[in-house]
Design a protein around this ligand. Sequence first.
Ligand code: BDP
Length: 700
Amino acid sequence: LAQTVVRELARAADRHGGTLRHQPARPQQADTGTRGSDSDSDSDSDSDSDDASIRAGAGFDLVSALTGADDLPGPAAMVLAEVDRRVGRGSLGTEGFVLARREGVTVLLADGPAGLLYGLFHLVRLGEAAFGAALPIDVHHPVSARRMLNHWDNIDTHPVMGQVERGYSGGSIFWRDGGLTGDLDRVRAYARLLASIGVNAVTVNNVNVHATEAHLLTDRLDDVAALAGVLRPYHVRVHLSVNFNSPVALGGLPTADPLDPGVRTWWAETTRRVYAAIPDFGGYVVKADSEGQPGPFGYGRTHAEGANTLAAALEPHGGVVHWRAFVYNHHQDWRDRSTDRARAAHDHFAPLDGHFAGNVVLQVKHGPIDFQTREPVSPVIAAMPGTHLAVELQVTQEYTGQQRHVCYLGPMWSEVLSFTPWGATRPTVAEVASGAAHGDERAEPGRRPSGQGGLVAVSNVGDDPFWTGHPLAQANLYAFGRLAWNPLLDPAALLDEWIELTFTPAATADPDLLRRTVHKVMDGSWQVYESYTAPLGVGFMVRPGSHYGPDVDGYEYTPWGTYHFADRDGIGVDRTRATGTGFTGQYPKPWSDVYESPASCPDELLLFFHHVPYTHVLHSGKTVVQHIYDTHFDGADRVALMRSSWARLGDAGLVDPDVDARVRERLDEQLRCAQEWRDQINTYFYRKSGIPDAHGRRIH
Ligand code: BDP
């Protein structure tokens, strides 16, 4: 890792025309307010560094100590150094760093190499500002300890799902031709990319663990170790998705009952071998009793009993189990309006709060259903104060345009992370996920994270030359990493960062044109996508299986639990306590009351919580059906504008021709598809309701 830091530093210095002088790590005294009193314990110090101290916040004299030090190997534009690792108030933590610029020298300090690495990428983000005027002391810590990507990659190509389940960026970046990829350089480049956005953990296989991939845990472990070796220098730990039935499938045991002593021994032994091969292995991710995956229910056990068995195997090695809360009945009777998929995760997991081991992290999708364009925040997030919790987002755009549509998700995630489940101003979802809401430390930028939990996202990267299929979908990966580091960051500002780092500025009469146009195309693209797809939070209406393009009734009479209940009189799912499924009762106040009444329910979630007549008047003043017509006409028109804005950029030669060609091709498809959505949705609701468009537009 240290070598990586030096290499990255050289690149950063190069990029900004700076001179690089590497200051070798030297023990440094952490100032805990008793400066000097215990400095003798660091007697291996080889310099006059006793003068140097670090105090986050007030008083910081290391910069002057270093710039004035005579042991520097010559004049320096930048100095990086490790301070000692003693924990105490004001210490930086494994991943934190502090940055300042004084007297022409940029100084970056961290407690260890990971912090230096993150600090270097921060310097790259700052660009020339890092080497210009003086910079005040700026302390950075990630808010969440674990910032993880889940790759839904298979080694083999699945007959229906392809190689990457819900992947829209070509094949897997890790696996090819039935084995480990031969292109480890690309994995290395990916690791670097992940480090640059602060991601520090990945799973390298699908949560649906098929037969071949199950063997990564045992006889194909060498491949995982090889990947871990490539990711390690970039401070990215490898985790594995494992199959709950592994003791039977791989171990030949007669059962996978988590309370069976033989099963427990099998997990302990298998895990010991994993750590022998990969000492910094992160842990397991488990999808159990979900969509056909085996789980503890098969043995009459609870999910806490299941998770704790795997946790016990990992515990001696410092590993964690990410146990997914995505558990629901996918064989539902669609005629039964009282069964509600939205309720399932809370029904299963809330009673288990407090029963999970300390190294279990319950991984909860941000919404109660399944990564729809608009959902309320999952009530599970507020229901588990005694459980470590990670919030799961979907960077891969399964339900948001499959990387053929521009849909910048930063604003959606920012909304989710800043949502306050108890109504008061604090804590936020981000604080619950970091562990701070229920721990003793607040999760704020500038303080070290305390919990096991964090933020997880399903990756959108594959072996595509643009990494993410749609070149503009890279911004989603970027925003995820940055928000996982600091959820308070502004998504529009993140887009600025990404634009600055991604596009090479061209000499033009209007140097800001590129930035302005990319903002114009992307800023509101989530709302645009929402406006031409399923209305007012009702969700789905997508083609079954592929989940791309419109099919209003595609899931309506299926067992999957995703219905809109449109009939001649109205639409929406009644999830109230008074007359519906009672789902609103899973929220604490005030949300349980806010969502219970159509009068207080936010418009954008109305049909998620209520079944209303087409003539119901929204807070906006429009009827539901007129809202549907208006948003669908408007959404398709806005895509046409996005397309012409982008074309002007390409015509002016402001983007690389390959990128331009790919984005144009995708915008053509987005426009075609948005019009298809518009026409099907509008026609469907016109025919159901018999209510014409108030503006006389043509609807069939
Ligand atoms: C759904 C996807 C499915 C995943 C599942 C999951 O359609 O492919 O396996 O989520 O999260 O959205 O496990």
